[in-house]
Design a protein around this ligand. Structure first.
Ligand code: SF4
Length: 248
């Protein structure tokens, strides 16, 4: 039995409940990992998908990278290089790559005039984040993110393993149940690299024009109705948030 088969067998024996896919959907039945430690969710992910599961990082901290790298050091991590990041974020990406000798892929904004034909936050996020990520994920089987329920109301119902219907992929959120305190403790205990802006009042860090200091995600697109950039939008039939005023 290979190590991957042994891990899959281990999870079969745990008798995890199964989340059944809705009738008529393309989604697979997925195990319900509620209450399962992040390390075991990651073990399952790599055993199930090998290196075809990739990890999205915004370089706010390196918690999920550290956890994943300890399970599979060859993990491919991608970063959406929008061209509008803070210097500190790019410096964090460089430091993290060096510390873990990380297989880090930087994704550039899309080079497609059709995507840039509109103005406003939604179009900007599409061209710099959503479309590059969708293109990159086309030949993958699953993707992981550090999304947590404690971050915002819009994330409060996320599960550890979900079906990303918009992309036809499994999405894995290994630390979805972690509190802010647990994240802080893990960072301290493992002496992890953190974006220095986190120490300057930025709880959530995105692009320079759309980020101010604030608790949770309140500093993102502050003063507009926008609360998510769209990369976590998993239901193509559901309209994106209403388009707020254009960036000033
Ligand atoms: S966060 Fe702001 S600057 Fe960055 S891609 Fe979205 S709209 Fe553009």
């Amino acid at each position: 039995m290979t190590p991957s088969e042994a891990i899959l067998e281990k999870h079969r024996h745990r008798h995890l409940p199964i989340i059944s896919a809705p009738a008529g959907s393309d989604a697979p039945d997925l195990p319900d990992f509620e209450g399962v430690p992040a390390e075991e969710i990651l073990e399952w992910a790599f055993a199930e998908f090998g290196l075809d599961v990739v990890l999205a990082s915004s370089m706010q901290d390196s918690v999920l990278i550290d956890l994943a790298w300890k399970v599979e050091p060859r993990v491919e991590v991608f970063f959406l290089d929008t061209g509008f990041h803070f210097y500190e974020t790019i410096a964090t990406a460089r430091s993290v790559r060096q510390r873990y000798n990380l297989n880090l892929v930087m994704l550039d904004p899309v080079d497609d005039p059709a995507v840039w034909s509109e103005e406003g936050y939604k179009a900007c996020c599409a061209g710099r984040k959503v479309v590059p990520m969708n293109n990159y994920l086309k030949d993958k089987k699953a993707w992981m993110s550090g999304l947590r329920r404690a971050e915002s109301e819009t994330r409060a119902h996320a599960k550890a393993v979900e079906w990303d219907a918009a992309r036809g992929l499994v999405k894995i959120n290994p630390i979805v149940e972690w509190s802010n305190k647990k994240v802080e403790h893990y960072i301290k205990h493992h002496d992890l690299i953190v974006n220095p802006l986190k120490l300057q009042g930025y709880d959530s860090i995105g692009c320079v024009p759309c980020t101010i200091p604030g608790n949770g995600r309140e500093g993102r697109w502050a003063g507009s109705l926008r609360v998510e950039c769209g990369i976590h939008q998993m239901h193509p039939a559901v309209a994106d948030q209403p388009e707020p005023p254009a960036a000033g």
